[in-house]
Ligand binder design. Structure first.
Ligand code: FAD
Length: 523
């Protein structure tokens, strides 16, 4: 791979020796007359980073990488591309934690959003209050959620909806949806945004909200980077709790597991006291340790009896919930949880509890990441598959996919997540696509592989998709990766396709932005 990058670089350099900006071979020469040209790089380090992502499967070599010193740099680059007689593609790259080249731009320009962090002079995250909105944070699209957490906690506040992993950018998750254990109650992260500054595909800087430039606002949220680059988002904040009661319960019967999950997510009012603050679920299938890199939870002394359970039943379903508390609720939290768990059908004796700080809970994946990094196992291929499955078909999915395909294939897949979400918490005017049922499940096959064997997992993913297709299970892909044709994208968006396409023509008519999603660009 390094040899390919090196040869590509050399081959570009050869005809342009003496030319200080070799990228002009691929981009219009006139770009050199703009000031923003000084912030473009095409040295091997820049190109290498921008042509890889967390997935470690796809490589697309850009002509150059923009390291913006301000959002104006981004706007002038996009404006130039838009007005040029030979437009080129541009992709914002947040943390590059997508898995199939979604943040790449072959022969175009990748915008390294994180470069903005060095130029915002500490103004990348500010906390304010207004009578109509209450507390909110204005956050640069390049900011990592972990930094948003720490900055807002200084004010005793925090966002309400989180992803499981915090080292990804605000712009990157808002382009998808941003889901996790709080989504059943607070909605995805896209449902918790008051306002945004966006640079659209014509290079215009636009402030949008549910009241102002509404179309752009709704288009960008869940819009897969197609309509504009998020320069700033105004995020809903609430008083932050201090600690967390974190509970896992084990089931051998899928219908009991799903029934209990669905009951718990049905109590979901934002202010409702007897609602949980977090709910997810996962499969225990491998007969190795029951913990994985996503979180270390089970007491070591219980590992052997949990492994014995997995050996006995093949698949164990693990329901994971949390209730947040602070000094005021410290005496009532246990009782509240006890009441919520009444009548639940987990295997007696297989309920486990932990009490940890709010920050450690939200940032629970980080220690696993650091461990994998130290073993050189973080940067392996990740052929992930993320799906939304309608509630009415989840039982067929369990028997056809979990039991017949995944379990029988007998390959180590990594964590498999399964938990229900409420459609009422999603705003249908936004670009994000979910199944057409009040409750649907999110399924995450978070596969990691060795460098040579990711294809077996890719085959497994395709088999799962084919099974769903043949069985008539109406899945929608989250963080979509397996659509290749316009027809597949049309089917994915369903009744939203027309609007999605019209918005593209309106906000990015030259099809400049986020080509790596392969919706409007073939490369
Ligand atoms: P990138 O990969 O850099 O970009 C993704 C897409 O967004 C690209 O199309 C890019 O062009 C576009 N984009 C990036 N920045 C902007 C911007 N400022 N404006 C407009 N478009 C932009 N997702 C969840 O929902 N829940 C989870 O719990 C979760 N856990 C994860 C755990 C791990 C370990 C990893 C690797 C990913 C996880 N994800 C999760 C997926 C993650 O939310 C998406 O991959 C997200 O896009 C990553 O953000 P990023 O900053 O790396 O984006």
């Amino acid at each position: 791979y390094l040899i390919v990058i090196f040869l590509t670089y050399i081959s570009r350099l050869m005809p342009t020796l003496g030319n200080p900006n070799p990228w002009t071979n691929l981009l219009p020469a006139k770009l050199q007359t703009l000031q923003v040209a000084n912030r473009l790089r095409d040295d091997p380090d820049a190109i290498k980073l921008a042509s890889t992502d967390y997935g470690n499967i796809v490589r697309e070599i850009p002509a150059a990488v923009l390291y913006p010193s301000s959002v104006n740099d981004i706007a002038s680059l996009i404006k130039f591309a838009h007005t040029s007689s030979t437009p080129f593609t541009i992709a914002a790259r947040g943390q590059g934690h997508s898995v199939r080249g979604q943040a790449m731009a072959r022969n175009g320009v990748v915008v390294d959003m994180t470069s903005l962090k060095n130029h915002r002079n500490g103004y990348g995250i500010t906390v304010s209050w207004s009578p109509s909105m209450g507390f909110y944070a204005d956050v640069g699209g390049e900011q990592l959620w972990v930094d948003v957490l720490h900055a807002t906690l200084e004010h005793g506040l925090a966002p309400v909806s989180w992803t499981d992993y915090l080292y990804i950018t605000v712009g990157g998750t808002l382009s998808n949806a941003g889901i996790g254990g709080q989504t059943f109650r607070y909605g995805p992260q896209i449902s918790n945004v008051y306002e945004m500054d966006v640079i659209n595909g014509k290079g215009d800087f636009v402030t949008c909200s549910p009241q102002k430039n509404t179309k752009l606002f709704h288009a960008v949220l869940g819009g897969l980077g197609q309509f504009g680059i998020i320069a700033r988002a105004r995020i809903v904040l609430e008083p932050s709790p201090k600690r967390v009661k974190w509970v896992r319960m084990l089931y051998n019967d899928f219908s009991a597991f799903a029934r209990d999950q669905e009951h718990l997510v049905s109590i979901n009012g934002r202010k409702q006291k007897n609602a949980l603050d977090y709910l997810e679920g996962l499969l225990l299938m491998d007969q190795g340790p029951p913990d994985n890199w996503r979180s270390s939870f089970f007491p070591l002394s219980d590992h052997s009896r949990i492994i014995a359970l997995v050996t006995k039943y093949g698949i164990i379903y693990c329901l994971e919930v949390a209730k947040f508390y602070d000094d005021r609720s410290i005496n009532s939290v246990d009782k509240e949880l006890q009441n919520m768990f009444e009548g639940m059908s987990f295997i007696p004796g297989y309920k486990f509890e932990k009490d940890i700080s709010y920050v450690d809970f939200l940032n629970r994946v980080r220690s696993g990441e650091l461990k994998l990094q130290s073993q050189g196992l973080w940067d392996v291929p990740h052929p992930w598959l993320n799906l939304f499955v309608p509630k009415s078909q989840i039982s067929d999915f369990n028997s056809g996919v979990f039991k017949d395909i995944v379990f029988n294939r007998n390959i180590t897949t990594g964590p498999v997540l399964v938990y229900p979400l409420n459609r009422s918490k999603w705003d249908d005017r936004m670009s994000a696509v979910v199944p057409d049922e009040d409750v649907f499940y999110t399924i995450g096959f978070l596969h990691s592989s060795g460098f040579d064997d990711w294809k077996a997992l890719d085959v497994l993913n395709k088999e799962i998709l084919l099974f769903c297709y043949n069985a008539g299970i109406e899945v929608k892909q989250y963080l979509p990766k397996y659509y290749r044709t316009k027809e597949e994208w049309k089917k994915h968006f369903g009744k939203k396709w027309r609007t999605f396409q019209e918005r593209k023509y309106q906000f990015d008519p030259k099809m400049i932005l986020s080509p790596g999603q392969r919706i409007f660009n073939d490369n």
